[in-house]
Design a binder for this molecule. Structure first.
Ligand SMILES: [Zn+2]
Length: 74
């Protein structure tokens, strides 16, 4: 009896058999460079932690920009 199969493992097995096709794609995380398998062609991050890290970086960059162009009201 196989151990618990994660969705990612299933995607990897499918990809190894069939390669890129509808609902199974091999992608590289733009945050950490890890190769991962996704059900969507537009997937860019290997895990939610990477997506959140990228989001926080964007927010921080935006805040920095706002901070220089608009003074703090208090
Ligand atoms: Zn990643």
């Amino acid at each position: 009896m196989a151990a618990l199969m994660t969705r990612r493992m299933l995607l990897e097995i499918t990809w190894r058999r069939r390669g890129d096709h509808r609902s199974c794609y091999c992608r590289m995380c733009i945050m950490c460079g890890t190769v991962f398998y996704a059900g969507r062609p537009e997937a860019r991050y290997c895990q939610s932690a990477c997506r959140q890290r990228a989001y926080r970086q964007r927010v921080r960059a935006a805040r920095c920009y706002v901070g220089t162009s608009r003074p703090n009201p208090t």
